[in-house]
Design a protein around this ligand. Structure first.
Ligand SMILES: [Zn+2]
Length: 305
């Protein structure tokens, strides 16, 4: 069934597990993650970025997820990194059960005022709001400690922000990064900072940019020439610690993209004569489903639905 995200995030924070939030782009992604979650009885969040909405169309995405939500597990449909207020407003009106407003690039004051506006719209329809404080890296690495400190979430400011905005969950920056960029080097989470934030912020805490990549996907991707190198993004050990200290929603985008791409490349290599798209997409689907299952087990959300 389709539920507001906070309904599945609150118990996660209280009981010490994390709900996986999978970014989907099409039917294959959606079916893969919902099937994995149904098999393992895990609540999940299905989320679409503004890019995915532009690609697939909001109405198509909502219609697909409504069908998927017939599965016997709670599912929330969430806008990931909403920056455009019109898109957020439309999502709230059209059937999403959760939205993120990402004002992390704005000034603190502007982030507060726009987040408050989104909270007002969303709460009127019992829809959850994820907000963000502190910027999550991407493309370029931090160059110095000072710069690192400037980008990572300040615990006191996070508490203040949560109180002022009335958001339901809070995305923080503790050293993760978006995209496959992180595979260039090992990502280490600032667990001490997380502990301080979790002490002051009692809301479910959200971790972005935490892909780690399963071994089999790495092997396949490397076999097909993707340069992932030795590093594996965020270590499973760090993820476990983060969950222990209050992270209750973990976004999974890059891992699914890598699984999809590895599966498609394998199919194209091994089925040169095949022109049946269903056969060509099957390995990608299976790899994504396996990736989703591994995340559910790592996040300990198995059996919580
Ligand atoms: Zn993100």
């Amino acid at each position: 069934m389709l539920v507001p995200a906070i309904k599945i995030l609150k118990p996660a924070r209280a009981r010490g597990y994390a709900v996986p939030a999978f970014n989907i782009n099409n039917l294959e992604f959606l079916k893969a993650v919902v099937e994995a979650a149904t098999k393992l009885r895990s609540p999940i969040i299905v989320q679409t970025s503004e890019g995915a909405i532009e690609y697939a169309g909001m109405d198509y995405l909502i219609a697909m997820v409504k069908v998927a939500a017939k599965a016997p597990i709670p599912i929330a449909l969430h806008v990931d990194h909403g920056k455009n207020l019109d898109t957020i407003k439309l999502a709230i009106k059209s059937g999403y059960t959760s939205v993120m407003f990402d004002g992390s690039a704005l000034s603190y004051k502007e982030n507060v005022s726009k987040t408050k506006q989104v909270v007002k719209w969303a709460h009127a329809k019992k829809i959850s709001v994820e907000a963000e404080i502190g910027a999550i890296a991407g493309i370029e690495d931090f160059v110095s400690v000072e710069e690192k400190d400037a980008h990572l979430t300040n615990p006191k400011q996070a508490a203040e922000f949560a109180k002022q905005t009335g958001c339901d969950s809070l995305a923080i920056a503790i050293g993760t990064a978006h995209g496959a960029y992180k595979f260039k080097g090992q990502t280490h989470l600032d667990i001490e900072r997380l502990k301080q934030i979790a002490k002051l912020v009692k809301l479910p805490i959200v971790l972005h940019g935490a892909s780690g990549v399963a071994e089999d996907v790495v092997k396949l991707a490397e076999y097909h020439g993707a340069k992932i190198g030795k590093a594996r993004g965020v270590l499973d050990e760090d993820i476990k610690k983060a969950i222990k200290y209050g992270v209750s929603k973990i976004n999974i985008d890059t891992d699914l993209r890598l699984a999809f791409t590895a599966g498609v490349r394998e199919a194209m290599d091994e089925m040169e004569e095949v022109i049946d798209p269903r056969k060509l997409l099957k390995p990608a689907y299976l790899l994504m489903r396996e990736t989703a299952q591994n995340k559910i087990l790592l996040f300990k959300s198995e059996g919580k639905a």
